[in-house]
Design a protein around this ligand. Structure first.
Ligand code: PEP
Ligand code: MG
Length: 566
């Protein structure tokens, strides 16, 4: 039995036969074609492109959300008239075979993207490479040989988002990638399709030993090969239990409150529209964070206003309670739409900094949100990411007012009291929380970035992963001050970072006075059950100890003491 460590890019466990996808380009015959072959090769290209397009359209019918957007983007590239003309002209004028003409033409565009300074363009390279390889396969008639056995665990160096989506047909159980990052497009697609996926397994992977059954353990970030029978059975049991648990999720009508009846309002974090189903099922009291960056995946530029209108309306229609829409938090580890190459993107042109420079982008998002807010009064709140200076709030409020005036001129209903709040995720804001509480309408504490910036630990760097401690005493002290400032100035404060998804975190947050938490839907029922088990005084005693602890170990010790956990 071999165990390989990786990073869990999409949660869950899987057992299945290993299927390796080798990325090799077929050897192409580079000889020039004769005059009478020209029309045959042109026809061969046209019919290959049609068959490939048909394949994408069939795939599209099975997909929704991000996965569907990625395939749509690829279908558009495939239909590009300029590229089509160049391929046909190469066959006719240069007397290249259809396969060579396809390869040359797409390679030229790939090189152009490689030379581009824009990260956003560079991210499209993988799409063009996929189209080039698949189209060549269709042209030379090799496309059908790529079938993946049903129920496999696919192992590859790298996969494009289209590859992942195309594997849906084979009902694959999981994906192991040698390379790739947690925020790689392929990983995002795997998450949206709920396929367990580990990335960066490459350093250790020995292809010679890869055979038979493989196991993905998403909880531990492990890929197990050559497992013995008891291990296979153990994981099959774990998978079965997890499946049953998912099916058993029942709407719970009991309110979020401590054992002694103190109310804690529980909300859900959403990125994809598809997650709204689960948020409704678990009876989230509202959507505490909409990460709108999902609107930017798959598109070369930001979504058109019309598409944004549809997205926000769906959000409002398919949920109940308040909906906190965060403005595009582009940059850092998020999608790079406009960001130049920055040596330190987390300290760079990110969130509100970019939005206040890019008025077109900001105004189109605001227009779309504010139109929706007018139609659903008192339900939407706007949240600004990565705020560092107080004047960023007043500048944003000015822009909101401008857009509202413009909409009012066109006779659109306006929600004049739409709250404009800020993410508290930069230590400067936490330290000066008083000043910010006078300007912002509400606070939402982003413990992921607050931890990264306070402890000087890159949240995406595995090397220092152990130092990323969102339950460090320094974080508890900052949160305590943020809550005090919010209460002093009478504004609402909630937490939407990962700290609100774990039991220790939730315990400290409630003990520090937080009465609103927003978390990933999958943690919701676990958190609610926990809160209902203990009295407020227990949470408060723990929070007090967490704030006076000298390190995280002491925080853990206090947690065990107060909650009698092992
Ligand atoms: C955070 O930083 O805690 C947060 C919720 O935002 P994101 O993880 O999207 O940066
Ligand atoms: Mg953040």
């Amino acid at each position: 039995m071999n165990k390989y460590e990786g990073l869990t890019a999409s949660e869950g466990s899987a057992v299945g036969p290993i299927h390796i996808i080798h990325s090799h380009s077929p050897d192409l015959d580079r000889a020039n074609i004769s005059d009478d072959q020209i029309h045959i090769e042109v026809a061969r290209y046209i019919s290959a492109a049609q068959e490939y397009e048909l394949e994408l359209q069939t795939l599209l019918k099975k997909l929704r959300g991000t996965a569907s957007e990625i395939i749509q983007a690829q279908a558009l590239i495939l239909q590009d008239e300029q590229i089509k003309e160049e391929i046909v002209s190469q066959i006719k004028k240069e007397q290249h075979s259809a396969a060579i003409a396809v390869h040359h033409t797409y390679s030229k565009y790939i090189e152009r993207l490689r030379d581009s300074a824009s990260n956003m363009f560079k991210q499209r390279i993988i799409d063009l490479v996929t189209i080039r390889e698949r189209l060549v396969e269709w042209v030379i008639g090799e496309s059908s040989k790529k079938q993946v056995p049903i129920g496999s665990i696919v192992v590859a160096k790298e996969l494009s988002p289209t590859d992942v989506v195309s594997l849906v047909d084979s009902n694959i159980k999981g994906i192991i990638l040698e390379k790739g990052g947690l925020t790689a497009h392929a990983a995002i697609v795997a998450q949206s399709l709920e396929i367990p996926c580990l990335v960066q397994v490459g350093r250790f992977l020995d292809y010679h030993t890869l055979d038979g059954v493989g196991i993905i353990d998403g909880a531990e970030g492990l890929f197990i090969t050559n497992p013995d029978e008891p291990t296979i059975q153990q994981y099959q049991y774990i998978i079965e239990v997890a499946k049953k648990k998912r099916q058993r999720i029942k709407p719970s009508t009991s309110p979020g409150q401590t054992k002694d009846g103190n109310r804690v309002s529980l909300h859900a974090n959403i990125e994809f529209i598809q997650e709204l189903d689960l948020a409704t099922k678990i009876r989230a009291e509202g959507i505490g964070l909409v990460r709108t960056e999902a609107l930017l995946y798959g598109g070369i530029t930001h979504k058109s206003e019309k598409e944004q209108d549809v997205y926000y309306r769906r959000l409002l229609e398919d949920s109940t309670g308040p909906v906190v829409i965060r403005l595009f938090d582009v940059g850092g580890d998020k999608i790079h739409v406009l960001t130049p190459n920055e040596s330190n993107p987390f300290l760079g042109w990110r969130g509100i900094r970019m939005l206040l420079d890019e008025h077109d982008m900001l105004h189109s998002q605001l227009r779309s949100i504010l139109k929706c807010a007018g139609d659903y009064p008192s339900r939407i709140k706007i949240l600004a990411p990565m705020v560092t200076n107080v004047d960023e709030i007043s500048s944003l409020k000015e822009e909101v007012e401008k857009v509202q005036n413009e909409l009012a001129r066109y006779g659109h209903p306006i929600d004049n009291n739409i709250p404009i709040g800020i993410m508290v995720e930069v230590p400067a804001v936490a330290i000066m929380a008083d000043a910010f509480a006078k300007e912002a309408d509400f606070f939402s504490i982003g413990t992921n970035d607050l931890t990264q910036y306070t402890l000087a630990v890159d949240r995406t760097n595995d090397q220092v992963g152990g130092l990323f401690q969102h339950d460090h005493p320094a974080i508890w002290l900052l949160i305590r001050d943020i809550v005090t400032a919010a209460k002093t100035h009478g504004i609402e404060v909630s937490v939407c970072g990962e700290l609100a998804s774990d039991l220790l975190g939730v315990s400290g947050l409630i003990g520090l006075g937080l009465r609103e938490l927003s978390m990933k839907p999958s943690s919701f029922l676990k958190v609610k059950g926990w809160i209902r088990e203990f009295e407020m005084s227990t949470f408060e005693a723990f929070a007090n100890d967490a704030c006076t602890a000298r390190d995280r170990n002491e925080v853990y010790k206090a947690f065990r003491k107060h909650f009698h956990t092992a």
